[in-house]
Design a protein around this ligand. Sequence first.
Ligand code: PMP
Length: 325
Amino acid sequence: MYLNNIVEAIGNTPLVRLNKVTDGIKGTVLAKVEYLNPGNSVKDRMALKMIDDAEKAGILKPGGTIIEGTSGNTGMGLALGAIARGYKCIFVMSDKQSKEKQDILRAVGAEVVICPVDVEPEDPRSYYSVARRLTAETPNSFYPNQYDNLSNTAAHYESTGPEIWKQTEGAITHLACGVGTGGTICGTAKYLKEQNASVKTVGIDTYGSVFKKYKETGEFDKNEIYPYKTEGIGEDILPKNVNFDLIDLFIKVTDQDGALMTRRLAKEEGLFVGWSCGSAVFGALEYAREHLQEGDTMVVILPDHGTRYLGKIYNDDWMRAQGWL
Ligand code: PMP
């Protein structure tokens, strides 16, 4: 029994009950452990789907170059897909992403271009703009654009949603998930709500991001946008993959609360996960404390692995320097 290549190992990640951090919560809270994908993140799923769909549409051709703006995890998924299918990769990242993520992408053969984070998305130096420019300049290139490419949502509609439905035997009542491009929560939510319309979805947002206010008021409030440190969730744009009708409410989590909960997940649950995982669990538990009933089953998606944050939230000196320990 063997797989033909590593991308065939994507998906079918375990659902693991949280036992300690959930102290005092009614109902069951289960974590979908996405770091057990081969690229160590949830983004493997959509990366492969974006490649598959682009090949089918004839947009991605043999010998082509994949160019993407990524916080790191999508890049890893695309790099694995590119190796399996024979493409080159150039990834454009902002300088706020951890050094580990840059090194990991270079380790799997990608070229990495670093851009400043503290510029407007429309600024020619932003990682969105640079990714677009490189695509225009590079022959036979493909820009997946994970923000607006609906293959992203479709990947989770086809895999993450059905897996959770099957693993909980239809008992899921609540889904909590961080929101970056929105693909994970919206694809998963769409499938689950089709099975049972009463499944409630909680989007986890960061302070410094536009989502929560936009959901509540319909206003794109630029005052909501300011620098924050959590990686992978929150945005200063409205990606097409965010379908606000599928996200019932948003909860904002601070960088510090997310970081401290991430460290607890490692020490108390043995889940050595990434920063946004702590944010997702912190926000999920805040909601659960008030609303979860006996017999309810909440699933929280944990997007990636702790190795990517060894120099930050798992480093006591770094944590102390933030004033968080
Ligand atoms: N957490 C991490 C670490 C991520 O890299 C991402 C992807 N941006 C997310 C959460 C959010 O997932 P999505 O883009 O599907 O909303």
